[in-house]
Design a protein around this ligand. Structure first.
Ligand code: G6P
Length: 490
């Protein structure tokens, strides 16, 4: 499957000699994934501890394809000032892109996560626009693109992932028109009325329009993008079939809702040790009648404050009682140097402290708050222990936690309270759907979930399980890549 070798033409950090150090001739990969992060984390504190595969669906979906099609994954290792040579892990060729501390601040914390992230999530937090951040974003996108250019075989397929790398498709297109270029946006794409606030809206749209196929989570995201591309990006065409460059080239915008490795989660949930761990968790919490669970990155898009407010009011109203109901909130640390995330953490932790101060007894807690990352086995044990799962995001591209909960409930028990502002709500239609801004409605749904009769709960859960068993992450990546090859073969 190897394409013809190509002489590396780029400079900067991915000079030809670097490209050759992975033991391969430069320009020989037929399939490249480009994402802000590599699919591995350090296995310990010291660099000698090696690497372990990151949790998450994307790598599960793509690892087999990478092996079969002679692929490489290009991404950042997640910490500043590290110059790491390309290496292999789990049969995958990994190509690290280095970022200095100041680049992390400007490109990752700044433009990606304090400009684009809030702008694309309904301006829940105010986006900041700084020219220095934009300059860094452009520069770093160029760096990722250069790492591709020196490694892609003739007519290779390149799949660019997410909002951190929106300029990469056009950079690739300009220098390597032979490539087949796909882009997938994992987060929402806002309506043009919001997107248009971005001072660099034209450049971002032109960047994305470098792709042959631009994938989104929901049909509405694809439509938002297409409208913005026509209004501000110089594109023509109809609906989500766009035309660029004097009408010569087609760009397709379509929805491909991402999913999870359903089998793996279901299998873990059937594991006796994990089931024992779930019983232990219930016991450690004082065997309450009902455990409610929230699992989120500590992010203001997730509606954690709304969830806590609703729960606190239920306690005040005495519709739920400590000892009978416990809320477990796992909030995994995220983007901790970004101001809005710091403020959120203070607020959430203050609220949890206040609720527990008022309602805890010596034996029981109202909210068990855990600011940690857990391995997948522990997450599945938590899903099994939880009678009610709360997903109250104010805006979320997909929300894979909702799907994981459903995958873990193989016996059909459990209740899912799910925000209608998540991509997952399109697929998990039998959840108790809520508008998280409507606190009264959220409270009613929480009480309904606690009291859901087993028969009704099981009918809902089984219908949702059928959906994610068919539409798993493997199906997602296959659907995207098949469509990419279809649209590029004319
Ligand atoms: C979202 C984004 C991903 C991102 C992840 C974790 O799911 O779509 O691109 O990797 O959040 O955020 P982080 O900033 O830690 O990579």
């Amino acid at each position: 499957m190897r394409g013809s070798a190509r002489v590396a033409q780029d400079t900067e950090r991915t000079a030809p000699d670097t490209a050759a150090k992975d033991g391969r001739a430069a320009g020989s990969y037929d399939f490249l994934v480009v994402a802000n992060r590599l699919p591995v984390d350090r296995a310990g504190d010291s660099p000698d501890d090696g690497w372990k595969r990151s949790p998450g669906g994307l790598v599960t979906a793509l690892a087999p394809i990478m092996e079969k099609s002679d692929g490489a994954w290009i991404g950042w290792v997640g910490s500043p000032d590290e110059e790491i040579e390309p290496f292999e892990h789990d049969g995958m060729a990994l190509v690290p892109v280095g970022l200095s501390a100041s680049e992390v601040e400007l490109y990752y914390e700044g433009f990606s996560n304090a400009t684009l992230w809030p702008l694309y999530h309904d301006v829940i937090a105010p986006p900041e626009f700084h020219r220095t951040w934009w300059d860094a974003y452009r520069r770093i996108n160029e760096r990722f693109a250069l790492a591709v250019l020196s490694r892609a075989a003739d007519h290779a397929t390149v799949w660019v992932q997410d909002y951190q790398l929106q300029l990469v498709p056009a950079i690739l297109r300009a220098r390597r028109p032979d490539l087949r270029i796909g882009f997938f946006n994992h987060i929402p794409f806002p309506p043009p009325e919001i997107f248009s606030q971005l001072p660099w809206r034209r450049q971002v749209l032109e960047g994305l329009l470098g792709a042959d196929l631009v994938g989104f989570q929901r049909p509405n995201d694809a439509l938002n993008f297409a409208r913005a591309a026509r209004r501000y990006g110089g594109a023509g065409g109809k609906g989500t079939n766009l035309l660029v460059g004097r009408g010569e080239r087609a760009v397709h915008a379509e929805a491909f809702p991402i999913s999870i490795d359903t089998d793996r989660i279901s299998q873990l949930a059937r594991h006796p040790e994990i089931q024992e761990r779930a019983r232990q968790i219930r016991h450690d919490l004082g065997d309450p009648k009902t455990i409610m669970l929230g699992v989120d990155r500590l992010d203001y898009t997730k509606g954690i404050r709304h969830r806590l407010k609703a729960f606190e009011e239920l306690l005040v109203d005495e519709r739920v009682k400590v000892g009978e109901v416990t809320l477990v909130q796992v909030a995994s640390p995220s983007r901790e140097r970004v101001e809005q995330y710091r403020l959120l953490r203070e607020e959430v932790e203050g609220t949890v402290g206040r609720i527990n101060g008022a309602f805890d007894t010596l034996q029981h807690t109202a909210v068990r708050y855990l600011h940690h990352n857990y391995p997948v086995e522990e997450m599945v044990a938590l899903y099994l222990a939880a009678d009610v799962m709360l997903v109250t995001a104010l805006r979320d591209g997909m929300n894979l936690v909702a799907k994981e909960y459903v995958a873990a409930r193989y016996d059909g028990s459990g209740a899912l309270v799910l925000s209608e502002f998540t991509g997952a709500a399109d697929q998990l239609k039998q959840a108790l759907l809520i508008n998280p801004h409507d606190i009264a409605g959220l409270k009613e749904a929480m009480v309904a979930a606690i009291n859901l009769p087993p028969g009704a709960a099981s009918r809902r859960m089984k219908a949702m399980r059928r959906q994610i068993i068919v539409h798993n992450v493997e199906e997602w990546s296959a659907a995207f890549l098949n469509r990419l090859s279809e649209v590029t073969h004319g």
